[in-house]
Design a binder for this molecule. Structure first.
Ligand code: SF4
Length: 234
């Protein structure tokens, strides 16, 4: 079974169903009145000690991930392998859907307690209303630098026609080998290159540890219009 999954990538009907089932199970616990909480990660080898909140991959990602990052999605790989990770991301998504006030209360509490915060080590901005809450939260917590990568170009572009993003909310448009972001407001971007090949000359390579980048004032935290941060894909 593992061999089959690797060959087809992670955007398979089987894995998508597994994630849907995890979400249904989480929503059933909420419907039964169970006391549950948003799971905030306090870092991993990639982010360093940067707090983050994640949502279910695929369920909250735009349809374009099917033909771009989806088959190679490291978050889907992790959720598929680790039931506790899948359960946490499914519960976060369920709380967002069924108790949105609680979701934002707990995310805001986490943001207020840290200097650096990342959205969506897994998942993406699910709705324009969610993006509006991200913006409001950044405005209310100017002491916290907040980072998010997204393929929801349409949501962000629409918000940018109304007002600029708060200075502490760093949103980067996430491209792919076959995907050039719609980027009329010239936000910084990310893109990928294959292991063994070189990124485009103008791209800046990912430093590998978000906390280290934050402390040094480099990487995505300070990316400017026209910058592209490059990630190696395996
Ligand atoms: S370049 Fe960006 S994604 Fe890479 S480690 Fe630095 S802040 Fe994180």
């Amino acid at each position: 079974m593992a061999k089959k999954t690797e060959k087809k990538g992670y955007y398979t009907a089987e894995i998508i169903q597994k994630f849907k089932d995890a979400l249904s199970a989480a929503r059933a616990r909420i419907a039964a009145g169970e006391i549950v909480h948003v799971s905030i990660s306090h870092g991993n080898t990639k982010t360093g000690p940067v707090a983050s909140v994640s949502l279910l991959p695929f369920a909250t990602c735009p349809a374009i991930c099917r033909n771009t990052c989806g088959p190679l999605c490291y978050a889907a790989k992790l959720a598929n392998l680790r039931p506790s990770v899948l359960a946490a991301w499914a519960m976060n998504t369920a709380i967002l859907m069924d108790r949105p006030a609680q979701f934002w209360e707990e995310v805001n509490a986490a943001i207020s307690a840290v200097r650096y915060f990342r959205y969506h080590v897994a998942g993406d901005i699910p709705t324009p209303a969610y993006l509006a809450n991200m913006i409001r939260s950044a405005q209310n917590h100017p002491q916290t630098e907040i980072l998010a990568f997204t393929k929801r170009f349409d949501f962000v572009n629409a918000a940018l026609t109304v007002a600029p993003l708060p200075a502490n909310l760093h949103i980067l448009f996430s491209g792919w080998t076959n995907l050039k972001p719609e980027n009329p407001h010239n936000l910084p971007e990310t893109n990928v290159y294959s292991k063994g090949s070189a990124p485009e000359e103008s791209w800046k390579q990912c430093g590998g540890n978000c906390f280290s980048c934050a402390c040094r004032g480099v990487g995505c935290w300070t990316a400017c219009p026209g910058d592209t941060i490059a990630f190696e894909i395996h």
